[in-house]
Design a protein. Structure first.
Length: 245
């Protein structure tokens, strides 16, 4: 797996092994830790789906928890589907790949770190290329030449899903690391076993329920959930495990 030395800067993709793995909370935690370190941070959500009920979107959640300098959603679709399918069902124009690329590059010119939060997993169809072919957030990472944070579950099945996602990124020469989106308050044997296998690529682990935290507590706590590459202070998994066990 490719690696980056030192803290990650510029555009960084935040993707996941699936939907509802904690991408938004992880995006907010990285944004909070980076801003605490003095960086100018932007968060870009290329496509938000499931907006028919008027509930706050992912960027709204990140803004509440971390208050990044800039938060942008490029396209929104009412149905809770993959973005390309949601655009088709709603008869709306799908997001074009280079519209997303240009928007992220625009923010990169004005910020030290631009977190690009995907939708669902790495290969979910996001929109269309100028040729009419679908594109994914993996394609966006390649076009931007940026690394990826893969948010994964702690429980059963995560090793396969994580390995598949990392392999897909490695084949595209996209450097990547892993963050556990929700570490349980009472870990079981499967969680500890998975942690051991994930450690070589691990860049952080968020406690379960962080999305419901008081924003002030969230911002103060975020650096303790992440390694220095993501502007945290977590530098030893053995010590971390002993502290929380």
């Amino acid at each position: 797996m490719s690696a980056i030395s030192g803290p990650w800067r510029g555009p960084v993709l935040v993707t996941g092994t699936d939907t509802d793995v904690g991408k938004t909370a992880v995006t907010a935690a990285i944004a909070a830790a980076a801003q605490a370190a003095g960086l100018r941070v932007a968060v870009v959500k290329p496509a938000q789906t499931g907006t028919a009920g008027g509930e706050p979107g992912d960027v709204d959640a990140v803004n509440r928890l971390a208050a990044p300098l800039t938060g942008r959603t490029l396209s929104s679709f009412p149905d809770p589907l993959a973005p390309l399918a949601a655009a088709r069902v709603a008869e709306l124009e799908p997001l074009e790949l280079y519209t997303a690329v240009d928007a992220v590059r625009e923010e990169t010119d004005k910020h030290d770190l631009v977190l690009v939060e995907g939708a669902g997993g790495l290969l979910v169809p996001m929109g269309l290329r100028p040729s009419g072919e679908p594109w994914t957030v993996a394609d966006l990472a390649v076009a931007l030449g940026c690394p990826a944070v893969v948010v994964t579950r702690a429980g059963l099945g995560t090793l396969n899903h994580t390995a598949l996602t990392l392999e897909a990124l490695d084949r595209r020469a996209v450097p990547a690391g892993v963050v556990i989106g929700a570490w349980p308050a009472t870990p079981e044997l499967v969680h500890w076993a998975n942690l051991t296998d994930l450690v070589p690529n691990l860049m952080g682990a968020l406690p379960d329920g962080t999305g419901a935290m008081d924003p002030g507590v969230f911002r103060r706590s975020a650096p303790g959930w992440l390694t220095p590459a993501l502007y945290g202070v977590l530098d030893g998994w053995r010590a971390w495990a002993e502290e929380i066990s």
